[in-house]
Design a protein around this ligand. Sequence first.
Ligand code: AMP
Length: 233
Amino acid sequence: MARNLRGEKDSIVNLILLGPPGSGKGTQSKFIETSYNLKQVSTGELFRSAVNNKTELGAKVQKFMSNGSLVPDDLTLDIVLESMRAIQKSCSGFIFDGFPRTLPQAHGLHEKGINIKLVINFIIDESKVLERLSSRRICPTCKKEYNLKFNPPRTDEICDTCQGKLAIRHDDSPVIIKKRIEDYDMVTRKLITYYHNQKILCDIDAGLPIEEVRLEIKNILDPLRERCHPRIR
Ligand code: AMP
């Protein structure tokens, strides 16, 4: 049995959401968090928050994020481990959203003894990804995400939660989207084979509407909860 970050025997469930940018990993993470007492660790959100808060880490990662490049593996692993330490006591496991994105990151997780129960592979056509990313909006104040076509705010371009004016993420510009999709194809896709060989990869059709993808995920996670992990509530 693997050990957790405190060196204890680890009965927690960790999931990875794997898929290209815009495939809906963040949206589905929120649903999994609330339904299964797992905590989301989104490297993209952690990096954006470090940049916005002008931390030392933010200064180091800004140049990579601003042109859509991957942040170096050592910085990425460090921020993941730090975030896990901060939230570990309060949950039954983690949902890694947007992490790992490279084989060294996956190896790093393994070397730290962080056991992955399941990898959900979000399969979606590039044309749909482009359509989703170009209509994605974020609230600069509370960071809630919307999609003007598929998950619009109640009032045009205004955040439902805090009434902030919605904005386009800097890295959702066409040139940067292209770079992020290329990185996914050239680098991150290798993880599909890596986790397939470990027999923990599960494909879903992420091109379906949000509610249907949610149901696909529920159908995967509910049996897992009942059979193996009574701690997932
Ligand atoms: P995301 O919100 O997941 O699309 O991530 C936004 C940006 O953060 C990416 O374009 C990368 O610059 C950086 N990033 C997020 N996760 C990772 C990761 N696992 N490895 C390297 N860079 C990452």
